[in-house]
Design a protein around this ligand. Structure first.
Ligand code: URA
Ligand code: SF4
Length: 216
């Protein structure tokens, strides 16, 4: 049996009607779950205060945890390349994560990424909800199943939902469209394998599809 973990959720730390800058500052104090304890710092978002297209990842990785910015490590470089390939200006995107602190296991000197549990996703969700309210995106592209779980508020399979245009739950605001694609880390893991080119092309196609639903 795992021990019972105190996980009040982020709501008590989320300021009301705050813009993304104030949310970012407030998130440094969050104790909504235990992940803050072993992480270096909170990793909030990058991008403009208001953006039509929002990308949601899983959680910060090792580099992000050290630098305090999302998608600055290897997966971030792959994502940046895919964004450029899709003809999207990276600076126009609001990029964030479902979970704002790095969850990992220590193996010797190395910190190995550990997928956040549903309990972490649920605990951290108030931040994402507040970001959507502040940034007011028209389209949210979920990078991987953890992001999809948080945005859609239900379990979601990337394979099943890819390529579909879904409606966001009412709590995220009316008329917001949601699409789901592979996480760039999943694509990165295929490097050197036969399916890599197709997986990368799929990510680029999904970015294009998401961007095409902006302004509709
Ligand atoms: N993977 C994520 O999901 N988010 C990051 O910020 C970096 C890697
Ligand atoms: Fe708060 Fe999210 Fe960090 Fe947990 S992961 S402490 S809920 S910001």
């Amino acid at each position: 049996m795992s021990e019972q973990i105190e996980r009040p959720g982020a709501a008590a730390w989320v300021p009301a009607r705050a813009d993304a800058g104030r949310l970012r500052a407030a998130a440094a104090e969050c104790r909504g779950c235990e992940l803050w304890h072993d992480a270096t710092q909170v990793v909030f978002s990058a991008g403009p205060a208001s953006a039509p297209l929002m990308l949601v990842g899983e959680q910060p990785g090792d580099r992000e945890d050290l630098e305090g910015r999302p998608f600055v490590g290897p997966a971030g470089r792959l994502l940046a390349d895919a964004v450029t390939e899709a003809g999207i200006d990276r600076k126009s995107l609001y990029v964030t994560n479902a979970v704002k602190h790095f969850r990992f296991e220590e193996r010797g000197q190395r910190r190995i990424h550990k997928t956040p549990g549903v309990g972490h996703v649920v605990a951290c969700h108030p931040w994402l909800e507040a970001e959507v309210a502040a940034v007011a995106p028209q389209v949210i592209l979920c990078l991987g199943a953890t992001a999809a779980r948080s945005v859609l508020g239900r379990p979601a399979s990337v394979t099943k939902e890819r390529g579909r245009v879904l409606d966001a739950p009412a709590a995220l605001g009316p008329g917001v469209k949601v699409l789901v694609t592979n996480h760039p880390s999943a694509v990165l893991r295929m490097r050197g394998e036969a399916g890599f080119d197709d997986a990368l092309a799929g990510l680029v196609a999904d970015l294009r599809l998401a961007a095409s639903h902006v302004g509709e």
